[in-house]
Design a protein. Sequence first.
Length: 141
Amino acid sequence: VGASLIVGGVDLTGPQLYSVHPHGSYSRLPFTALGSGQGEALAVLEDRFQPNMTLEAAQGLLVEAITAGILGDLGSGGNVDACVITKTGAKLLRTLSSPTEPVKRSGRYHFVPGTTAVLTQTVKPLTLELVEETVQAMEVE
């Protein structure tokens, strides 16, 4: 199991943005995106990002990028949310945009556990053999 993260904040040298990959490496980037709509969002960011954008311009670009991700993959959700991080704090902005209409369900579906019958079940235990194990110390500066 792995997890990807986008970590942002402000320190003494200014704003920082990092993408942390599931295997542990990280990249410092001027912008990034994660998730199922990542490709579409990155296409917008790569085309329109400019250093030193105003807050309003950056929020507009954010709405465009996330909207592209939502429309490119309808499983990505339907609202554009943001978190603005400054030297003085952070502010969560909910529902800056809602580019898609919520789907109206035609009925209420509720299935109690056991509704779907299990026709067959096969459990095969694994027999594994350790062929070789080596341990190396990590290099530390």
